[in-house]
Design a binder for this molecule. Sequence first.
Ligand code: 1GP
Length: 244
Amino acid sequence: MKNRVSDIIHNAYREGKKLFAVLIDPEKCGDGGLVSFVELINEAKPDLIFIGGSQLKESIDSAVVYIKRHSTIPVVLFIGNAIQFSPNADAMLFLSLISGRNPDLLIGQHVDSAQSIKQSGIETIATGYILINGGVATSVEKVSKTSSLSDTTEIVSTAIAGEMLGQRLLYLEAGSGAQHPVKRTIISEVRANIDTPLIVGGGLRSTDMIREALQAGADIIVVGNHLEQHPEELNDFVKTVKEF
Ligand code: 1GP
């Protein structure tokens, strides 16, 4: 079953099929919230479940195990530090924060955790993570001690460099709870210059915003914050992506 999530993503990309990933932050959800949210997820059937948080300082293994027991949707670690790691997810976005110049987040933490991640057998997907200015200083910026990018040329150059370095996915991130999502012009400029699946997330709060990101060239849409507050909208969000 190795590389299953990567295959799902790259096959969809080749076929021009867009994907929806719901983001779960176990810290914000709590046990009761997780139980009801997983029920909604099983009804709406998003393509992927991303799980993790930028602040959390403990393993998310129990949440991963719970989801794996109660859902067949692939679970992908999207974690802000090695402490959150769980070997029971289907895959892990192996993130390199290529918009920043913090060596620890470009290669340092990767070296420290490489052997234990390899031993766990989890599928890793090299992902170039690019923070884009979303109108507010996000927790990722604070935790990573890096700044987000605003200049389109710099963003495009960063994405091209990431692709040339072999990143299998590129993630344009406006930050959780961003005031405004990644601009359409930025998505389309990046799309025009790379041939790698493009994840877009941060501040997406409506089906119109999702449609706009897809039209601009996003391949995978990630929504967390808004669905924590309005879980009943999950079905519409998933439908918007599936019907695109
Ligand atoms: C954050 O891109 C994700 O890492 C999703 O952002 O929580 O704002 O949907 P939101």
